[in-house]
Design a protein around this ligand. Structure first.
Ligand SMILES: Cc1cc2nc3c(=O)[nH]c(=O)nc-3n(C[C@H](O)[C@H](O)[C@H](O)COP(=O)(O)OP(=O)(O)OC[C@H]3O[C@@H](n4cnc5c(N)ncnc54)[C@H](O)[C@@H]3O)c2cc1C
Length: 251
């Protein structure tokens, strides 16, 4: 008698198959010595549809088993066919070496449609806190620009942005503007600049203090695993539920 397991027809697991299309680099900005902003345009389309917080995949001509890398979109959707990526150079990284050394204005990359569910709700009615370091800021810039522009943010929002030095604070003017215009609680935290008059040390010290009363809040974390693991551990220890902590992991 054959077992039930033998009778089940198992579909081979398939990886996601995305359609890749030409994406043109229209501008490159050196934001810091290790971060570049890439403005991209999809020449074949009138509009490139995405939700603030989503990411795009780029398929690179690199000698690697996996040639695709994901990048959060740092700009807000505006109905046009352009968007911005904010990329940090990774030591010995294959794709970032290609982006930093070979890609010029006018270069054509292979890009995908926008992906991911790391997005804000239709209306932000609950207090919200964004926590990131370095290039992990990308989806938060998109969400905040879009959220304030569309008037969907109806609750207090704080942004804890950790960096080493003042010159590393990406998109600082945008967040300062949101602080003045919309009351964003913007905390640029610096760990290596001792003459800084703002919050110093590790980013974790500051949001744990700000939420010491453990009031209801939804947290969005984005970036590299080490920082995210620490942040999640701190929030869990404070008593926040897993469902109140949304995560976009870069590695
Ligand atoms: C959903 C998502 C969104 C992302 N968005 C962005 C973004 O907006 N901006 C951005 O710059 N990157 C982003 N990334 C990371 C990006 O996809 C690549 O992993 C990154 O650019 C490194 O690619 P690489 O080919 O240069 O390095 P690889 O050749 O793939 O990596 C070399 C080695 O370095 C390790 N590594 C990679 N990054 C780091 C790091 N920072 N510190 C220490 N070790 C590291 C890798 O695990 C690997 O072992 C995102 C990743 C995901 C999954």
């Amino acid at each position: 008698m054959s077992s039930l397991v033998e009778n089940i027809q198992v579909e081979p697991r398939k990886g996601p198959k995305y359609l890749f299309f030409d994406v043109e680099v229209t501008r490159i900005v050196d934001a810091t010595p290790t971060v570049k902003l890439f403005d991209l345009r999809v020449p074949g389309r009138d509009s490139y549809r995405f939700q603030a917080g989503q990411f795009v995949q780029i398929d690179f001509p690199i000698d690697a088993k996996v040639t695709r890398r994901s990048y959060s979109i740092a700009s807000a959707p505006d109905g046009g066919n352009s968007f911005q990526l904010c990329v940090g150079r990774v030591p010995d990284g294959l794709a970032t070496r290609y982006l930093f050394e070979d890609v010029k204005v006018g270069s054509i990359l292979k890009g995908s449609d926008a992906l991911g569910r790391f997005v804000l709700p239709d209306v932000v009615e609950k207090e919200t806190c964004f926590i990131s370091t370095g290039v992990g800021i990308a989806p938060f810039r998109s969400m905040l620009l879009d959220g304030y522009a569309r008037g969907i943010i109806k609750a207090p929002v704080s942004l804890f942005f950790g960096n080493r030095h003042e010159s590393d604070i990406l998109y600082r003017d945008d967040f300062e503007h949101m602080r003045r215009q919309f009351g964003l609680h913007f905390f640029p935290v610096l760990s290596r600049q001792h003459d800084w008059h703002g919050p110093q040390g590790h980013v974790h010290v500051h949001y744990t203090k700000f939420f010491a009363d453990k009031r209801p809040c939804t947290f969005y974390l984005c970036g590299w695993r080490a920082m995210l693991d620490d942040a999640r551990a701190h929030l869990t220890e404070m008593g926040y539920d897993r469902k109140d902590v949304k995560i976009e992991l870069y590695d």
